[in-house]
Design a binder for this molecule. Sequence first.
Ligand code: MRU
Length: 362
Amino acid sequence: METLRWKNGALELLDQTLLPHKINYLTLTDYREVIRAIRRLAVRGAPAIGAAAAYAVVLAAIEAARAGEEGFQGRLAAAAAEIAQARPTAVNLRWAVARQLKAAERMDGERPERVIEGLVQEAAALSAADAAANRAIGAHGAALLRRGVRVLTHCNAGALATCGYGTALGVIRAAHAAGKIEMVYAGETRPLLQGARLTVFELRQEGVPVTLITDSMAGYLMAGKGIDAVIVGADRIAANGDVANKIGTYSLAVLAKHHGVPFYVAAPFSTVDPGTPGGADIPIEERDAAEVTSFAGVAVAPAGTAAWNPAFDVTPHGLITAIVTERGVFYPPYGFQKQEAGGSEFEVQGSRFEVKETGDRR
Ligand code: MRU
């Protein structure tokens, strides 16, 4: 099942808010609709958000071209800046927008129709590269696991969160194919239940044995049944190896440390942000309190209850056993550096980041 696809000049997005009950693709032709879809988590997961944003830039270019050739690049850059701000934590979003702007810049002077074509190709290349990276992540991660493992994962870092195969679930898929998985435990992931709705859905489709738990059961699970590895995805990896991921990830890392369970983060290099020194510098999205005070639209707390709803937390690098990427497995001490030689830097809304990724950043 495709998370997103480009068809007849429109972005088709699988509406993940309706899963697992309903499979429905949204057809979006305005970049503002893509921003709204990203904000309400119709498309979610760091790499998938990046790919959606890349296609949003194409839609913005189509709109900018309608107003004529004069000022095309300026209008495109202004829309791109809006897209880059749809959600703050997953760095893939800004990375993908920046990559598109860079591509548009390279085509400066070409007719807008030609630029649009080039941007479609760039978005398709970015998506294909993500799917390929996930296969590599899967192979590297599966090699870390022995036969008969019980694995705990959190949120959804699967095909739905990416352009195919998944990161944490990519590792689990590859390990399952190698006959290594005894059981996957999926944390439900309150408040929006990405674990229950999406991870369980994906793993069941693949025939991977999966057991759902509520988030608060993780400690008792590790102490009692025993877990051999925790594997999660990431929304942003800072230069020092601190990792922002779905709220609840940090608690699992602390529990894993206490119980001597290896804690693995699986993510592509598009999630690594060498421009962010440490976890304290990662902007953490805070969402509507209503997501906590209600459940599936039904109030679960007295009217007027104050609630705090950070969507992500930061796991300090000291709790992370290894970071599994498409370029291999990184162990502490982590140190993802800005790559000056060959790396092209530019700005979107004042934050600097790089586009080109070659060589070893350790
Ligand atoms: O709020 P979400 O559903 O976008 O959060 C997603 C996560 O936290 C994922 O674990 C992360 O983006 C990695 S997806 C490969």
